[in-house]
Design a protein around this ligand. Structure first.
Ligand SMILES: Cc1cc2nc3c(=O)[nH]c(=O)nc-3n(C[C@H](O)[C@H](O)[C@H](O)COP(=O)(O)OP(=O)(O)OC[C@H]3O[C@@H](n4cnc5c(N)ncnc54)[C@H](O)[C@@H]3O)c2cc1C
Length: 293
């Protein structure tokens, strides 16, 4: 590993002065769990790392107000996992945390670092997309809001400029929606997924009023399945047995709207099969879940 500078600014203003819009070798570091692996494997050689650890309090904390929750970018996975309010209002997040990494990683990895890393195999971005979350992005030019589904350009690529930071995530609270995340691993339960899929549904009795679906690990980036959502929207269902034909149409739509990528966890055709099967299972589970799940 080549030598680099590590700085620990105390304010956002100081942080902006240290970032460089034109130089990708100057980077923020949060928990360091992804960045250190990239550095050790020679994929990334920084000139300067800017630790966000002391840039408090704007980047930290979980706060509920006006029908949404603001999760600071420096919130650790462990804080998210153990928050009683998150468990009450966004139980799908608490459930997902249990499938993710291990306690040592969860103690330091952060919500902002996870979003910005842009690895399609990560679990939480899919859940945030299904929940309709938005990233609050700050820079010397001010603040902009980016829906999580619009944050990604490609594998390890976001729409963020090098002098922009994710300050927080805004997640709307939708007590009548029902959400499910399914992580499909082909080796151990804690392995990287061959497919990740998150589904959020709003039902009016036996009608699906609205749907949001996100897929990852089989695509270059975390991707919202707009066409599959359209198939589901307005469909009549029986929660106990969602119609096979409806799920087949949603599966066809999903496969038609994305490019499925092979990796070491499976070929493209295998992942296509996984998508059909697990989209159906996730929709069935969400339809049968309690409101607010
Ligand atoms: C052993 C192991 C197992 C894992 N298992 C899983 C798993 O099962 N599921 C899963 O989803 N993930 C898993 N992870 C990945 C983990 O989720 C990521 O490493 C982590 O989310 C990155 O967060 P971090 O705070 O450590 O980011 P860092 O490593 O500090 O940074 C990652 C990237 O984000 C940028 N960045 C950091 N913070 C910000 C910010 N606020 N604004 C803009 N850019 C920022 C950095 O410059 C860097 O490019 C695992 C990691 C390890 C090491």
């Amino acid at each position: 590993m080549t030598s680099f500078e590590l700085v620990e600014p105390r304010s956002l203003e100081e942080t902006f002065a240290l970032l460089d819009r034109d130089d990708p070798a100057v980077r923020p570091i949060a928990g360091g769990t992804a960045l250190m692996l990239m550095m050790k494997s020679g994929l990334f050689s920084p000139l300067r790392l800017i630790s966000l650890r002391r840039v408090e309090p704007r980047l930290a904390g979980i706060a509920f107000a006006d029908g949404s929750v603001r999760i600071g970018a420096m919130t650790t996975f462990a804080a998210l996992e153990h928050s009683p309010e998150i468990r009450r209002h966004l139980p799908v997040v608490t459930r997902t945390m249990r499938t993710l990494a291990n306690p040592r990683v969860r103690n330091v990895a952060t919500v902002g670092g996870n979003l910005a890393h842009a690895d399609t195999h990560l679990d939480l971005p899919l859940v945030w997309i299904a929940l309709g979350a938005q990233a609050v992005v700050v820079s010397p030019r001010g603040e902009r809001i980016v829906a999580v589904e619009d944050l990604y350009r490609g594998y390890y690529e976001t729409v963020l400029h090098h002098d922009e930071l994710i300050a927080a995530l805004h997640v709307p609270l939708r007590p009548t929606w029902r959400s499910v995340y399914v992580k499909v691993t082909t080796r151990t339960a804690h392995d990287w997924p061959a497919l990740g899929i998150a589904v959020s549904l709003a039902r009016d009795g036996s009608i699906i009023r609205d749907a949001r679906i996100a897929v990852g690990a089989a695509t270059k980036k975390a991707t919202r399945l707009i066409q599959a959502e359209t198939v589901l929207r307005g469909a009549a269902i029986d929660a106990a047995a969602v119609d096979d034909a409806l799920l087949a149409r949603a599966g066809d739509a999903a496969i038609g709207e994305i490019s499925i990528e092979a990796d070491s966890r499976g070929s493209a055709s295998y992942k296509q099969h996984l998508l059909r099967v697990y989209l159906g299972r996730a929709v069935r589970a969400a339809a049968a879940a309690e409101p607010g799940a």
